[in-house]
Design a protein around this ligand. Sequence first.
Ligand code: NAD
Length: 553
Amino acid sequence: NTVTYKNYDVEKYKTPTGSHLTCKGWVQEAALRMLLNNLNPEVAERPDDLIVYGGRGKAARNFEALDNIIASLKKLESNQTLLIQSGKPVGILQTHTDAPRVLLSNSQLVPNWANWQHFDELERKGLMMYGQMTAGSWIYIGSQGIVQGTYETFAAVARKHFNGTLKGTLSVTAGLGGMGGAQPLSVTMNEGVCLVAEVEEWRIDKRLETKYLDVKYTNIDEAIDAAVAAKAAGKALSIGVLCNAVHLLQRLIERNIAIDTLTDQTSAHDPLIGYIPHTLTNQQANELRTKDKEQYLALAYDSMKLHVELMLALQAKGAVTFDYGNNLRARAKEHGLQNAFDFPGFVPAYIRPLFCEGKGPFRWAALSGDPADIAVTDELIANLFPENESLQRWLKLAKERIAFQGLPARICWLGQGEREKAGLAFNELVRTGKVKAPIVIGRDHLDTGSVASPNRETEAMQDGSDAVADWPILNALVNTAGGASWVSLHHGGGVGMGYSIHAGMVIVADGTEEAAARLSRVLRNDPGMGVIRHADAGYDVAIDTAKKHNLTL
Ligand code: NAD
């Protein structure tokens, strides 16, 4: 409450809630509420700059564009479509009631110009904005999404290697930043022990405050002892230790400690800002970074190479080791470590089998603003999928441990068949008045059929089609054809300019018959695209899923 903003007007941009319309229909209303929700200071990292999350991921290009989007949504008829070009509204066209109310394209560049340098130039001229994934497509719901994705990854690790639970296992990692901070909670939610190295004490304290982390140690040996004891007792416990990742791994090897899983979420994607070399203290790092950039980078690369060598050594001793999307392996390889890619990325190792079943980060928000509406949907989902154990565990823990940010929302991974079932059931809740206002349903762009990103989501595809970007484009087209409420096509999310193309979709359950028909089409076709994409690449699970759900290949 004490924060004051220069540009962001807390009253003017407050998200409407309740069951009364401020637009001419619920679909337009949903777009307005979700746009403003993305910018709600409880949700957005920097509302004053319209930045929602993920570096500079924005919801609108500038405040003038934001005001024009709001005004456009308020006058938009239910047979019209608003066009958004990189965060700016550029026109309203006549369409029809089943068409999307908003179509968005963010940060698209012709491939030969698709780099940060050219993007920065356009951004400076006010011609573009970076939409990240759910920032520019108005369906970000705060840190719940990150916790759930990380939880799902560790659940997949548990299923593949540890009979479905991390109970009695020790997971080692590093980095307690914005996203990495979700690791300890995700491991304990899977009943395991997590030991995390972090060089900045305030980050550890922040995770303790939000209950994402259980305890802090400043002595490496004491932290290791506590982790080993908790593992032996089969107790779920997360331990943050104030040290460099390299020093923790060196000590684990010296003491010959058996560890079960190993990964890393330091910001190795950005060697100058995000990775602290083990040969420097934080203060020395801060000084050297500005004083001698080249020297800093040399030390960071030495350190990242050693970091990966230690990970490979622990892998050889039996630790299940994977890269967590921070490009650490690539950095080590750039510095001459030829076998840096001997441990896999997390998508090919754990997430792809889920993608093959059409599974991905399905999410929804209560437009009423009332948490009781989410409680109703939680119960419904738990009853719809009683056989899905990790989903049941997630729902229970999410209720206990996740605080809502902005509009109450929920995320859970659902697959082919399940999403359609859930969407239609939500529409019934609205129709029968069991919730106070419509429910808006969407997903991350990191999903089964909606992204081409060769260093992450499409790394090591079985047929080598990692860089083929026809799929996300077909995904956006098919969701438009099916009648999603708004559809977006973005470039550069997650991994930066030139490295990814991805699509988003959102659909509103307003309790009408027309909405039911749209929900049925869109929530079948959207994950269906993922199943088709993976079947086309030759994955047997996807071919079986297609057969089981009568998807014509
Ligand atoms: P962040 O910059 O907020 O946090 C990084 C943390 O690592 C900081 O707290 C920093 O102090 C710490 N750190 C840096 N060097 C260290 C070292 N040598 N030893 C110990 N601690 C060190 O970043 P974030 O948002 O938490 O994301 C972390 C990384 O993970 C990024 O590279 C991000 O792209 C990646 N990531 C990928 C996915 C995915 O692929 N789905 C998901 C989440 C995060």
